[in-house]
Each structure stands twice: as structure tokens, then as C-alpha cells.
Design a protein around this ligand. Sequence first.
Ligand code: CTP
Length: 404
Amino acid sequence: MSKMPKLTHTPHVLVGVTGCIAAYKAAEVVRLLQKADCKVRVMMSAGGEKFIAPATFSGLTRYPVLDDLFGFPTTEIPHIDSAEWADLQLIVPCTANVVAKIANGLADDALTSTVLAATGPVAIAPAMNVYMWENPATQHNMKALQSRGFTIINPASGRLACGDVGAGKLADVQTIADAALQLLHTSDELNGVKILITAGPTHEAIDPVRYIANASSGKMGYALAQEAERRGAQVTLISGPVSLPAPYGVTVISVTSAQEMYEAAMKEWKDADVALCTAAVADFSPKHPADHKLKKGIDAPDTIELTENKDILASLAATKDDRIVVGFAAETTDLLEHAEEKLNRKHASLIVANDVSRGDSTFGSDTDRVSLIYPSHIEQLDTLPKTEVACHILDAVENLRAQN
Ligand code: CTP
């Protein structure tokens, strides 16, 4: 498949739905792509239509579903015109049978004919029973597709609809949408730039089952990772314990404690260009974590002695030279004063200040109302989805890099 040139129009995504119990999830993928400003059309196999009605997709996309090569209402040669229209074809879910057909160039219905006529990238999100997935025939077909440049959004492992446990579960819908967006080449402003991001909380062990933590969801760091990846950056996300799917195309290093996050960050920083420290790192950790579960009335202490953790942001900024280090300040009082103080004390290039006492900006919310605190001035943003806040922050990073 040819590499997509940078798009200058609203991205067009042609979603193909095949016959699998997970077909209903394609509706959610369509919505996520629309929310990300893509124009979406849908094609379906006969099997797909056994699981979810075409009316769902024609309603969502306001366009007829392509499921028949003969008698399609808008054009005489629907598979060719649809393939030309699509900047990306995304087959979700893709059954073992359709994997086999497209791996072998079969074109016996509207969907497979359109895939064969593709002029741009094709991504597939397979979903099937674990034994069908692991079957050498399927794996051989997957390798064939991969070697021909198809993007495979690998299935997850878990309990499958048939009751078996293993790989074959359709990937998370957000992961699929992110993968599609990443393939739609809309920007290359950060091409080749290596970005290190810390995200989420850290857990500081008291004993093997208890820890000190905070309510950080990690959403801001994950949104930044995905947007940076879309802009062409090479992103390493050092993440504390969160329940978010790994952003597509991003290297994730999972850590638990502040010390582990510090060590991973310092290692990655050696050849990184930008650091975005969104993590809510615990400031302190128990000095002597117990190696066994503490029992009340037996050996549970009345007090826990704490030791201060290393400041990752300050340590990165201390060796930044002309690189960009962005910090975050989540405050409940005197937001701007505290944020300015952090900017100066930690020598960051920029602090993103967030009043977490507000209803639209709390830990875990999908929106934020932030101010960007530069050494010279302050920029106040409206309440925005975290994905849009991520765009503003990366715009700011691009501007800072241009000034250096
Ligand atoms: N940070 C860090 N390492 C730490 C503590 C904080 O990298 N050990 C980073 C956070 O990722 C964030 C910024 O520092 O970007 C601000 O974090 P915060 O915990 O609010 O700063 P503190 O210096 O701990 O200030 P205070 O506790 O007084 O709010």
C-alpha cells in the first residue's frame, strides 16, 4: 500500500463491518471517528448484516451502506468510487473468513471488492475465536497482509463471546479509532521529535497489598501521547497504574512507584527532545515498606515514616539545555501563584496550570480548563475536552521549539 500524503481535507474513512458478534462495536468506532472530525461511510458484508442492521450505520453516517455491487443508489461502480473516496479503509471487526479473503485477493462481495480496489491504507481489527485466531492458516494470512502494508490492530485477550478465554477479542474501540486517526496523515509538525511523557499516579508501597496513591486518571498524558504520535513524534509514555488502553503507535513503559518512574524517565531523557510531565507523582513514599501484609493489633504501625521522592520534572529540567520541559500544576487554591512558583523552582519551559477544584476540571474528568504559564506571560484556555487541551499544549511546544 502506498504511504499516504499529508491530507488537506477532512479525512474520509470507509468502515467495513463483517459478521462477528462484535459488529455492534463498529457503531461506536464510527462515532469516535466522527467526533474526531472524520467523514465516515460504511460498507458491510452479508454476515455483518446478520449482527447489526445497515440502518444503524446509514443513520449514523447519513449515507447509504455499501453492501451490494449492483443497484447501489449513488453510483454505478460503487466499489471503485468508494475505494477512491476513502483516505483509509478500516475493517472492524474483521472475521477470519474476511482476513482469508483479502489476504488472497478474493473479491466476491462489495466489501472485499472495495478492499481489493483500495488506493490508500487499509487497517483491519480482527475478532474471532481464540482457536481460529491461533490457527496457522489465520496467522499465515495475517503475516501476508502485514507484509503487504496492511495495518493490523491486534485483538485483545480475555473472555470471548463463545466462552473461550484467549486472544481474539476485538481491540478496544478507542484504540481502533486512535489507530485509524494515526494512519490518517493530517500533520507532520513533530516528525522525528522524540517526546517523553509521564502520566497517571504512582503507587508507593506500605506493604505488599497497601499503597499511598492519588486520584489521577492519566487521561491528560494519554491524550498528549496520542496527539503527539499523530503529529509524527516518536512517543514514549511512562505510565503509572491506570485503566486506559495504550495509545496506538506509542511505546508504553509501565511503572508503579515514583522511583521506577524517575529511573525510566532519566533513561529516556538521554536522547529525548521534549518532556511532558503530566504524572501526579507521589511526593512521599514509606521509608520502610513491609515485606508482608501488616496486621492490625499485631504489627500495623501507628505512624508511617515517609521519605521524599525525587522530583522527576525538576531533574529533567536541570539537564534540559535548549530542550523543552513542560510541567503541570494541579491546584485547588491560588492557582496562578502556585503555578508560577513551580515554573521558577523547577526551571520548566512551561507550566500547565489546572484548577482541580472546578467541576469541569477535576481529576478523572474528560474536560479541563487550564492556563499556560510561560516565564513571560500567561495564556488562559476555555474549558475544553482533554484531547483539545492536548492540541493546544503541543502547539505551545512547537512554538517553543521554533523559538529555541
Ligand atoms: N512532579 C514530578 N516528580 C515529583 C513531583 C512532581 O515530576 N516527584 C511533576 C509533576 O508531574 C507535575 C509537576 O511536577 O508536572 C507539579 O507537581 P506537584 O506535585 O503539584 O508539585 P509539587 O512540587 O509536589 O508541589 P506541591 O506538592 O506543593 O503542590
